[in-house]
Design a protein around this ligand. Structure first.
Ligand SMILES: Nc1nc2c(ncn2[C@@H]2O[C@H](COP(=O)(O)OP(=O)(O)OP(=O)(O)O)[C@@H](O)[C@H]2O)c(=O)[nH]1
Ligand SMILES: [Mg+2]
Length: 200
């Protein structure tokens, strides 16, 4: 029996986040993880997984747009099948990575086709990360705006403002994920919560 809501994690960062939410039982939701990287999918505790492409080696920066589109078209029926029966969908992706920044747009298009209310939680790269990551992140956010998709932006730089001294980054990410839990719960309570600024 499906839950009303499904939370989808895309790319390495998205999968890390979903893995942490599920392992600590922080969100009452079904989960799905999607990546081009088989290793990252295999390391994740979620049962529902979708691998994009046959190589399983991640996108790196070498795959052409046409090849990626072809690979995405192949998973479309499976993706639709896994999400269609849910009433609400959350999509979580760390922008900057090639998979995170490109695949999220495709997943959001499919959700739009199905007309299911959805929220994209987009995490932007640390300031110190390379320029290419920031340019992927910016163009992804622009595309999401063009789609008129509801989105909530979180900045990885804020992870550094948590004031947790000498903690491994994984623990800092884990603490930051509690903010993501609040956003998901707000969306569950009211899918229009972003239109009510006093609630955010
Ligand atoms: N908040 C948070 N950010 C993360 C985490 N893991 C990675 N990131 C961020 O995610 C960004 C993108 O990295 P990945 O998600 O691994 O990249 P990807 O989408 O798999 O892309 P490719 O491997 O290049 O195809 C990184 O630059 C980090 O800023 C995490 O657990 N939490
Ligand atoms: Mg990756």
């Amino acid at each position: 029996m499906n839950k009303d809501i499904i939370t989808i994690g895309i790319g390495g960062g998205g999968i890390n986040i979903i893995n942490d939410l599920a392992r600590r039982n922080l969100v009452d939701s079904d989960f799905l993880v999607i990546d081009t990287d088989l290793q990252s999918l295999n390391q994740c505790c979620i049962n529902e997984k979708l691998l994009i492409g046959e190589r399983g080696l991640g996108l790196g920066f070498n795959l052409s747009k046409e090849e990626l589109e072809r690979d995405l078209e192949k998973i479309k029926p499976d993706l639709k099948h896994r999400i269609a029966d849910h009433k609400e969908i959350i999509v979580i992706s760390c922008l900057g990575g090639k998979t995170g920044s490109l695949v999220i747009l495709y997943v959001l298009e499919v959700i739009k086709e199905l007309q299911i209310p959805s929220l994209a939680i987009c995490i932007t790269p640390f300031s110190v990360e390379n320029k290419l990551k920031h340019s992927f992140s910016l163009s992804c956010l622009h595309e999401i705006d063009c789609m008129k998709q509801e989105k909530y932006i979180l900045k990885n730089d804020d992870v550094l403002n948590l004031n947790i001294e000498n903690k491994p980054i994984k623990e800092c990410f884990s603490l930051y994920n509690e903010k993501i839990v609040k956003i998901i719960n707000s969306f569950k309570e009211n899918p229009n919560f972003l239109k009510c600024p006093f609630l955010t």
